[in-house]
Design a protein around this ligand. Sequence first.
Ligand code: F6P
Length: 325
Amino acid sequence: MARVKAIGILTSGGDSPGMNAAIRAITRSAICQGFKVFGIYRGYDGLINDEIKPFTSENVSNIIQRGGTILKSARSKAFTTPEGRKKAYENMQAHGIDALIVIGGNGSLTGARIFAEEFDVPCIGLPGTIDNDLYGTDLTIGYDTTLNTIVQCVDKIRDTANSHERIFLVEVMGRDAGFLAQNSALASGAEAAIIPEDSTDADQLEHFIGRGIRKSKNSSIVIVSESPKCGALYYAERVRKEYPQYDVRVSILGHLQRGGSPSARDRILASRLGAGAIDAILDGQRNVMIGIRNDIVVYVPFSDAIKKEKPIDKSLIKVLDELSI
Ligand code: F6P
């Protein structure tokens, strides 16, 4: 296997706080180890459209504290086509880039996996998503910051919930995963979380109301995972019809959850994973995601990270039930 000389970095999919800290860590570790570094703008689209610039240590100065991604991000349609990927490979060759580091979620790492197999390019992934839904890593970059943002919002919503004696349904992101909903509910002292992982069990709204929470409290907060069919608006409608005695309101937190300065925990995670990506290249690793498990940096094959389901700890549902009496 030829020795890697130049590394391209891109961020792809939904941005997440801490992506900049990861870009900084990769760039500086790579430079320390004698690699050339290229920043690729707008995700895979930038690789296809040749938006590629050499990076020095200065390019990543003063970014560790910034949310979003200085490289911009995109969900590339073109990269899902063989023609798009061929163009991307040609541009990599033209710049002499012989390894790619992709910071992103499930879809982005799936793209990296296909590309790596098609063109025999070493690709390393970093888990960058607020959803925390990648198998093989305890945490993903951005999750902790978003969790804290949600908790700050719920603390504020609680004032109105209390003053007006209302049920508040707070909708949070997470795509198909309930990590943000479940853990923000625990951290904010909410009465319940309605999460996709629990949807096969008894009706979650009935369960929540059935516990008679309103008999002992004058307000309640329920965190609801986003869902095209049964998000917070759906449950609010049901409360209005099925339990008209309750005054219900909805708060959809939306993209404010993805913004803001990364927490210390996300900055440390991103820094360790970024340095780990360069170690992986030096180790001759390819087509793996760098994760962190039990505080140890690990290499997770793309196939596992993407395909295996990361289970939510269902015992937390019971804890939440018990703590909200
Ligand atoms: O994957 C991150 C995420 O924020 C999900 O939680 C959410 O479903 C999705 O991205 C929203 O994507 P967009 O910003 O493209 O609307």
